[in-house]
Design a protein around this ligand. Structure first.
Ligand code: FAD
Ligand code: NAP
Length: 313
């Protein structure tokens, strides 16, 4: 028999936006249910030091997310380990189906599904995923002790990944398609000073090269974007750090989206194009994409949901 659970507010996602919405919705006595998804704690669980969370000069990403979860739980938020596989926003109550078989019905929904790592889309990248190609240095860096590693990207994530990987690697080559990084200045300074890191400007990954038995990466072919020349660089690990795309699959045919898949909200609110459905965090934000802004938007979503529910009564 299908297990059906009704809640006033269903929160989908357990990053800073989801947990903050959980704290505020619980304190508004809305008894929310929060579904964690495949990555409990969200993107910050894939990093190490977070140095821009106010009140903590430095805190480990996974520790911060454990604290946020505990905070939401302590306020009365019910936290469920499940993944929403489909969502029907066409009628109220809204209906969400969980991978567990549970069906959640809700008077209001807060979407906080964040973003997930982008890939280059190369055949060879796909072939060696999990066999030397990764998008998470904190998860997989450990496997490359004293090995050479290539990181692709030019934003904060790429720089952070490259710096983190120096803890294991003998050498890290950061490959960027332009001649300047997008990362914050302070991060760039750390990068340029590091003796184990070599910067390769104006290059892109053309192919990941490897062996089939045992399956593993042996190097990469890099293309100079200005001349087209190909260089081969030996590497055991290839980390793709070219940004994140919004996780809007559940709602892409139901809500208004913009800027390449981000859920559109009314400016200054968390209201989406469907009344009773609110969105927060990286799912809606192609500009700031920070933990603190996501948490702020989670707060806005819960307050907006509380007001909207009160208006319905
Ligand atoms: P996310 O953290 O992306 O969480 C999304 C949640 O939604 C996850 O829990 C996932 O399981 C859940 N979910 C997705 N789909 C479903 C579904 N179908 N059903 C149920 N749940 C679902 N920001 C900073 O401010 N400082 C930093 O130092 C910093 N470092 C970073 C380092 C790295 C490596 C990365 C990748 C990002 C970093 N960021 C940092 C950015 C920050 O992590 C994000 O801005 C923030 O996590 C976004 O929060 P969010 O709640 O919107 O979503
Ligand atoms: P990002 O800022 O969007 O940067 C993506 C980088 O990858 C860019 O340099 C981009 O190149 C490059 N890129 C994109 N597509 C590419 C492709 N197909 N081939 C080659 N290169 C490609 O993404 P991010 O670094 O993941 O950061 C995302 C957000 O999280 C940002 O807001 C960031 O501030 C935040 N974050 C913060 C911290 C921190 O505060 N310490 C740490 C990590 C992330 P171009 O520059 O040429 O466009």
């Amino acid at each position: 028999m299908t297990d059906t659970r009704h809640t006033r507010v269903l929160i989908i996602g357990s990053g800073p936006a989801g947990y903050t919405a959980g704290v505020y919705a619980s304190r508004a006595m809305l008894s929310p249910i929060l579904v964690q998804g495949i990555e409990p704690g969200g993107q910050l669980t894939t990093t190490t030091d977070v140095e821009n969370w106010p009140g903590d000069e430095s805190v480990m990403g996974p520790d911060l997310m454990v604290r946020m979860e505990a905070h939401a739980r302590a306020m009365g938020c019910e936290i469920v380990s499940d993944i929403i596989v489909s969502l029907d926003l066409s009628k109220r109550p809204f209906t969400a189906k969980g991978d567990s078989g549970t069906v959640y019905t809700a008077d209001a929904v807060i979407l906080a599904t964040g973003a997930r790592a982008k890939w280059l889309g190369l055949e060879s990248e796909e072939a060696f995923k999990g066999f030397g190609v990764s998008a998470c240095a904190t998860c997989d860096g450990f496997f490359y002790r004293n090995q050479e590693i290539v990181v692709v990207g030019g934003g904060n994530t790429a720089v952070e990944e490259a710096l983190f990987l120096t803890n294991f690697a003998s050498k890290v080559t950061l490959v960027h398609r332009r001649g300047e990084l997008r990362a914050e200045r302070i991060m760039q300074e750390r990068l340029f000073k590091h003796p184990k890191i070599e910067m390769l400007w104006h290059h892109e990954l053309a192919e990941v090269v490897g062996d089939e038995t045992p399956k593993g990466v042996t190097g990469v072919k890099l293309r100079n974007v200005e001349t087209g020349a190909i260089t081969e660089v030996p590497a055991k690990g290839v980390f793709i750090a070219i940004g994140h795309a919004p996780a809007s699959d559940l709602v892409k045919d139901q809500l208004e989206l913009h800027n390449g898949g981000y859920v559109k909200v009314e400016p200054g609110t968390a209201r989406t194009s469907i009344p009773g459905v609110f969105a927060a965090g990286d799912l809606t934000d192609h500009v700031y994409r920070q933990a603190i802004t996501s948490a702020g938007m989670g707060c806005m979503a819960a307050l907006d949901a509380e007001r909207w529910l009160a208006e319905q009564e």
